[in-house]
Design a protein around this ligand. Structure first.
Ligand code: MRU
Length: 360
């Protein structure tokens, strides 16, 4: 596979010939790193399936995909009467909301699309067009948001050593967003500023997003990357091999507790024990001010096969039970700063700070 210059996991494709319906192209993330292939989506149900099966994954990318899913669902509605159309659109939103419970960007994006539909005056056709434009806007905005996160993240990274060794968990890169990355956006900014020596990537059992996706992204960009198993992070920190940890988030509560890929909490505990700063990089759309703390964040449980099987190989004997929570919650007290597009915040003060700056 030749290297990919710019990674856009969700692409809107208009068909100028008019022979096929306009559609969404998704990088099939279940096939990376072995194959770089796209899946065409032109129906809402197919988009919901793609989110559930993790063809598209990562909180902001799920949000972008869901926004296009809302438009595709709207396009399938025959209603020409406004109220009936809006009722149908609620059903479309519900189909998408049922896919993955933890990443709040999914709910944020569907709500934003519903709001646009409710607030736009005009014919149903006009509403549909407004929905498409909003989905495109959500997509475009996310790239700029991540670039801003990258810049703010760079400014709070330790000032010494000059060249940093960073550790990340899961994939919070271009693949997980519209095309730049949150945690990996910070890594990318550090690399561009010549402040990065190397990225360590936890493999991230059970789905291996670190080994498969983060490593693949780094190879595309020529960023030096070392993949370690999740169990090696403590040893690496004890050996003084890591200067800071940067991870993404799927949902952040008002008090700064942050849900992210399972295993993140362990990394935060290890970082605390070794005095290594631990940063969470996420857009404002990942903060859920409606919940007070992390105990209220719904944690997705996925198929046990993800734990007992690697590829076609079954790991355990018959008769074993499995538990497969896809996310865990890192308490705010273990997080050095939450880096957003509006700057870096002490987790426990993020709500009051954003309020005093009239951002929320
Ligand atoms: O289950 P996934 O692969 O969707 O989980 C992804 C993560 O946990 C990411 O770290 C998070 O969504 C942030 S992506 C910028």
């Amino acid at each position: 596979m030749s290297s990919v210059n710019q990674v856009y996991p969700v692409i809107w494709q208009s068909d100028a010939s008019g022979n096929a319906p306009d559609r969404v192209l998704l990088i099939d993330q279940t096939r990376l790193p072995n194959e770089y292939a796209f899946v065409e989506i032109s129906r809402c149900d197919d988009m919901a399936r793609a989110i559930k099966t993790m063809i598209v994954r990562g909180a902001p990318a799920i949000g972008v995909a869901a926004a296009y899913g809302m438009y595709l669902g709207a396009r399938e509605l025959d209603e020409t009467e406004r109220d009936r159309f809006l009722a149908g659109l609620e059903g479309v939103a519900e189909t998408l909301r049922q896919t993955r419970p933890t990443a709040v960007n999914l709910f944020w994006a569907t709500e934003r699309m519903l709001k646009v539909a409710r607030q736009t005056l005009g014919s149903v056709d006009y509403l549909k067009q407004a929905l498409l434009e909003t989905a495109k806007q959500i997509n475009a905005d996310d790239i700029q948001t991540c670039q801003a996160i990258g810049g703010h993240g760079l400014s709070v990274l330790p000032t010494s050593p000059e060249k940093l060794r960073l550790l990340t968990h899961c994939n919070a890169g271009a693949l997980a967003t519209a095309g730049y990355g949150t945690a990996l956006g910070v890594v990318r900014s550090a690399w561009q500023a010549e402040r990065l020596e190397r990225l360590y990537a936890d493999e991230t059992r059970p789905r291996l997003q670190g080994a498969k996706l983060t490593a693949w992204e780094c190879v595309q960009e020529g960023i030096p990357v070392t993949v370690i198993t999740d169990s090696m992070a403590a040893h690496c920190m004890k050996q003084g091999m890591i200067d800071a940890v940067v991870v993404g988030a799927d949902r952040i509560a008002a008090n700064g507790d942050a849900a992210n890929k399972i295993g993140t909490y362990s990394v935060a505990l290890i970082a605390k024990a070794h005095n290594v700063p631990f940063f969470v990089a996420a857009p404002l759309s990942t903060i859920d001010f409606s919940i007070a703390d992390g105990s209220q964040i719904p944690i997705e449980e996925r198929d046990p096969e993800e734990v007992c099987q690697v590829g076609d190989t079954i790991l355990c004997p018959p008769g074993v039970d499995y538990y497969n929570p896809a996310f865990d919650v890192t308490p705010a007290s273990l997080i050095t700063a939450i880096v957003t597009e509006f700057g870096a915040f002490v987790p426990s003060q993020i709500q009051t700070e954003l309020q005093s700056r009239k951002i929320v």
